[in-house]
Design a protein around this ligand. Structure first.
Ligand SMILES: [Zn+2]
Length: 452
């Protein structure tokens, strides 16, 4: 493909639409779209990453159910001319783009190789048939025939969530039909070993959807200090439910049912359950005891904590004074949680502490969070926060040599060791709630066994 054609194709799409083309579950730090945004000095350079983003997004949209990590479909990139493996016949191929309105679709079709005049006529007919000028994701099935490249079908996911398919008629108009996107729910399990620097990397490698890594780590945030008590060689298991539609798109985010973590310190197993009269799913062990405690041992997204021995972030303060808390090394931007229900007592930059939050938990108890990159939006002194709520993001402000959270627990101003500090457990399930839990736990177990 020549440079001119490459330029034409790359400029025929609205780059904004590509930036949006990523799996909804992609973590912010790793989102290729962010890389595209920040590294697009020239259209030529933009082309390669954009193609990757488009391929990944397209595959996510079209790929059949059953794979947590869909393989990008080569022909979904605007730069590939070869027919896709998934195409119905050798002379057809499928391209996926985000478009808004007639012009957008017309330019897109043109870029796909449809003759200019035809491209815009078809775009006009198609948008009329779809009945919306809003941005949407469309899969265009192209056909190469004697008269050149033309459109066979256009499948679109409308802003209201329905998927429709337009089939081109001999008179040039499109016949519209709603695609019955039957959803099936499946239970999937994964077991893995922490063999990389973070739980996140290990879990994703093992096949856990990346949107589930944070909820997984959070389930154990009361039991384990992810910096010191979770290490390379530890093993984990997870079972989750996912709803997959015929188009391959997850209609609802996957949901964890079961989590297990085995470390040198011990093993913990939890089952998800929503107690009667509650609306939010919580974690309970085999016997119906909840995972929650008064304070979290890991008040930061544990999935991203660097699991590495000997990490030191405070060489200066170690020399100068006693280290009053624990340090959690995690990438800048990693969410920090309120370790317990509290009121914000302080949230501002303060000298060596950098961006600093103090939470007041009542009865003289406070938790301190230092070196933040940023505070959560709307976090002001006096605001009540609930346990597990995001209050800020890891950074390296103040007297810090690398991104980490410095965390302290204080009672009447005196620092305690967060590693040994034991806080109260919440009440265990009992009565009818326990009976319901036991039934659900057993059905989760049966689903896990069935998958093995
Ligand atoms: Zn520290």
């Amino acid at each position: 493909m020549g440079t001119r054609e490459l330029e034409r194709e790359t400029t025929s799409f609205d780059p904004k639409t590509w930036v949006d083309l990523k799996p909804v579950s992609a973590p912010v730090e790793d989102a290729p779209a962010e890389a595209v945004k920040s590294t697009r000095p020239k259209p030529i350079l933009f082309a390669a990453p954009a193609a990757l983003v488009l391929a990944a997004g397209g595959a996510y949209f079209l790929w059949p159910s059953g794979e947590a990590e869909p393989t990008p479909v080569p022909a979904a990139t605007p730069l590939a001319d070869a027919p896709t493996q998934a195409s119905p016949s050798p002379s057809t191929s499928v391209r996926i783009v985000q478009v808004r309105g007639v012009d957008d679709l017309g330019f897109s079709l043109e870029a796909m190789g449809v003759a200019t005049g035809d491209a815009f006529t078809m775009a006009e007919e198609a948008i009329a048939a779809l009945g919306t000028q809003e941005q949407m994701r469309v899969a265009v099935e192209l056909e190469d025939g004697g008269g050149g490249r033309t459109v066979r079908t256009i499948s679109a996911e409308l802003p209201n969530g329905t998927t429709v398919k337009l089939t081109r008629q001999s008179d040039g108009t499109f016949k519209r039909e709603n695609v019955l996107d039957a959803a099936t729910t499946q239970v999937r399990s994964v077991t893995g070993t922490i063999n990389q620097n973070t739980f996140y990397a290990s879990a994703v490698e093992a096949g856990l959807p990346d949107s589930l890594t944070t909820p997984f780590a959070k389930a154990f945030s009361f039991d384990f200090d992810f910096q010191r008590e979770v290490a390379i060689g530890d093993t984990f298991s997870a079972t989750w439910e996912e709803t997959v539609t015929e188009s391959g798109r997850n209609t609802v985010p996957p949901k964890l049912l079961y989590v297990r973590l085995n470390t040198a310190k011990g093993s913990k197993t939890y089952y998800a359950f929503t107690p009667p009269d509650e609306t939010v799913q919580r974690w309970f062990d085999e016997s119906g005891q909840g995972n929650e405690r008064g304070l979290m041992r890991t008040p930061v997204d544990g999935a991203r904590i660097t699991s590495k021995y000997g990490y030191r972030t405070h060489p200066i303060s170690r020399v100068q004074r006693k280290h009053n808390g624990v340090d959690f090394a995690a990438p800048t931007g990693t969410p920090i949680y309120a370790s317990g229900d509290a009121t914000v007592a302080f949230a501002a930059p303060r000298g060596a502490a950098g961006n600093f939050i103090r939470l007041d938990h009542g009865e003289g108890m406070q938790t301190w969070y230092m070196h933040l990159n940023a505070f959560a939006e709307g976090l002001v002194v006096g605001k009540p926060v609930t346990q597990g709520e995001i209050i800020g993001y890891v950074g390296t402000t103040g007297g810090s040599t690398g991104p980490h959270l410095h965390y302290e627990i204080r009672i009447n101003g005196e620092p305690l060791d967060p590693l040994t500090f034991e806080t109260s457990e919440v009440e265990a399930l009992a009565g009818e709630a326990l009976t319901m839990f036991t039934t659900q736990r057993d059905s989760t177990k049966a689903a896990i066994d069935q998958g093995n």
